[in-house]
Design a protein around this ligand. Structure first.
Ligand code: PEP
Ligand code: MN
Length: 352
């Protein structure tokens, strides 16, 4: 089965959490190549396990298996690196893409060591978000690679650790992924639904959400026999499950040229721009009144904060807004901000 044509346009990385045996690697790769020959094949060679004595990856012995995958299927290959030695071994085996795992992105020493080992190479590097929700670490890792001249850098959103038990293994915190895209607009971003979900069931939902947000592709753990996987067994799909997830995905168009023939979206955007301008002018005018009130209060020696007036005003505005169908909590937040700024303006007047 081949995936729909539009899905071929997004980056798809698929393959097992860990390379376990040559047979498992080749059988998984051949099945994935049949689904999407343009897919990139992933397999973890060195595995960062939380506790010792778990399967810590096959190690360098697995690298020739990835070479075979490329020979047989033509797919590019990708694996995780956590130190300079991993980088050197991968380069020696012509691995196409190296990714820095979530447990490594948190450590600037390791990232720096990896970045230096990559200096002068042309290999593509992907950086998973750090385990903890700290964007500067994610950004810092990208900057360290950039400073060493790494040209092809991609970010991977794999969710963030959260101590409480919840539906997801790692909290997606979509707003952080969006913030990262704004901070680094030239860095493509893929989503890794497998590590966000921790189970198979939620993968279609998370994968679709990532595409709806305009992410550039997906990394999905796929194993020829997930029940016997030596790591992350619960979240790995079989190749045929992968095909069905892909078949049900809808890739959203990145730009509007093709869809917006009659200029409808453009018109709506123009209206939004005009309304925002009016909104800012109104806020400006309101702040001018606050300033005038501040002057009046100063002249008559009145205190700035008049609690009764503020409570009455807030009640009135919330009632008005609810009548228009706006949510109470939204309007309350806006008015708290307006009030805060108004007090600040009046304090300025008092101080002068
Ligand atoms: C992995 O991709 O198998 C992995 C260990 O991921 P992460 O670094 O996101 O936990
Ligand atoms: Mn994994």
């Amino acid at each position: 089965m081949k995936t729909q044509e539009h899905l071929q346009q997004m980056t798809l990385i698929a393959g097992p959490c860990s390379a376990e045996s040559e047979e498992q690697v080749l059988a998984t790769a051949i099945s994935i190549a049949k689904i999407n020959p343009a897919a990139i094949f992933r397999a973890g060679i060195w595995k960062p396990r939380t506790r010792p004595n778990a399967f810590e990856g096959i190690g360098s012995a697995g690298l020739p298996w990835l070479c075979k995958v490329k020979e047989i299927t033509g797919m590019q290959t990708a694996t995780e690196v956590a130190n300079a030695r991993h980088v050197e071994e991968c380069l020696r085996h012509n691995i196409d893409i190296l990714w820095i795992g979530a447990r490594t992105t948190v450590n600037p020493f390791s990232v720096q060591e990896i970045a230096q080992a990559l200096k002068g190479t042309n290999v593509r590097v992907m950086v998973k978000n750090p385990v903890n929700a700290e964007l500067s670490l994610w950004m810092g890792a990208i900057e360290r690679l950039d400073l060493q001249g790494v040209k092809h850098i991609t970010a991977i959103h794999r969710g963030f650790h959260k101590p409480e038990k919840q539906a997801f293994r790692n909290d997606p915190r979509w707003e952080l992924a969006i913030e990262m895209r704004i901070l680094a607009p030239n860095i493509p971003m893929l989503c890794d639904p497998s590590h966000i979900c921790g189970n198979k069931e939620l993968i279609p939902y998370v994968a679709q959400k990532a595409l709806d947000l305009g992410m550039d592709g997906l990394m999905i753990e796929t194993h020829i026999n997930p029940l016997r996987a030596l790591s992350d067994a619960d979240q790995q799909l079989t190749p045929s499950e992968l095909a069905s997830v892909l078949d049900n995905l809808r890739v959203r168009l990145p730009e509007m040229d093709k869809t917006d023939g009659k200029g409808e979206l453009q018109k709506l955007r123009t209206s939004i721009n005009r309304t925002d301008e009016e909104l800012l002018q109104l806020i400006f005018r309101r702040m001018q009144y606050s300033r005038e009130i501040g002057e009046y209060k100063k002249k008559h020696n009145l205190s700035i904060l008049q609690v009764n007036r503020w409570e009455e005003l807030l009640r009135d505005r919330i009632g008005l807004a609810q009548g228009m169908g706006l949510s109470k909590s939204f309007v309350k937040r806006i008015y708290n901000l307006i009030h805060e700024e108004s007090i600040r303006k009046q304090s300025e007047v008092m101080a002068n």
